[in-house]
Design a protein. Sequence first.
Length: 436
Amino acid sequence: MDANLQSIKQRFGIIGRSPLLDRALSTAVRVSGTDLSVLITGESGVGKEVFSKIIHALSARKHNNFIAINCGAIPEGTINSELFGHEKGAFTGATSERKGYFETYDGGTIFLDEIGEMPMDTQSFLLRVLETGEFIRVGASKVHKTDVRIIAATNVSLLEAVKKGKFREDLYYRLNTVPISVPPLRERREDIYMLFRKFATDFAEKYRTASIQLDEKARLMLENYSWPGNIRELKNVAEQASVMAEEKLLDAGQLLQYAPQLSRRNLPMIADRKGNDGDGVSMQEREIFYKLMLDMKNDLNDLKTLVFELIRNNDLRVPDASDIRSLQAPSSDYPGTNAADRRDVTDFLHDYHDDDFPAQDLPDSVKPIILNHDDPEQQQHYAQTEELEENLSLEDNEKELIYKALRKHNGRRKEAASDLGISERTLYRKIKQYGL
């Protein structure tokens, strides 16, 4: 199968050795010999149309016509006419009858890109075509038959659209007979430099110039960028650098002059070409690290709750937090800061019990502060302090930020994720986690 995939990559000009890419390509090859409907998912710019062409070229329909239609680019008022045709006089401007794509490309393949943008009434007509192969022209009553294969693609979650009532559930399951997920460029880091070299070489051959190259640091910078525009954005960077660069070997500083967005990072750790950070930590280990940090945050919140309960149940009051923050770290000559003083204090606490030292004999600096229930000022100060601490929850703040971003972009996760500086996949996980 590996040799077959390699020959297909060479035939269709696919660059990459990512396991995720190979898995998607293998699925496309397997399903090409059938007439099953295929739903290709992936972010904008990952090459979904290329996969549709591969499926058609390897199918029994390869000698028939293929057409790619962007459903989001056709106005809602004319999309039914474009797809299914119309009769003369069916609407203003219909001066003659017209065949639609489903009639014209009978026996071939129709690729419906951005299927999530298709109007609801058109979805009903498409469902009938998928189930029975029948359709009716706009303004006609005669039923026509067609034998086309449908390959659909989307860069949004159709399940979310189904929940919002913007996409038919029965059509979703009818299209999603065989799903193919095309990975974004940030999940194919081992392929980024290979693609860059391909675009730079193609540019050099076209304009008969020497191809640009990158040094090690510039290459790492290229591979660790998130690439929200995916392959389209990478190609633009390669061509722009090829035009503007005076030298053919670029370092990181020179590359940033042509693509300053490469300096932006969404994660605190930089990965190397193998998907590891500088200390050899893999992506899987990085997820474990983040989970550990989340567990530590939860433990800290539990500890904070326990302290609040102890303070409340024992009528204690904590000092003002601003006073504590203003304190400086004790110098080395401060009593109790050297090792001998610390041992003395430890032995002191070990040898005696609470009964040996009543509270009134303790120094003022370590006496508990008794909360006077009759003092309204103390009560108000304690309530404000508790409210302030509760509002410092990272989880609540993160949930609030995600909610505001989604509200700002009217629920569009792609724009909200870009605004938050995280991936759409991470945003989707956070939405499920917080029940937004």
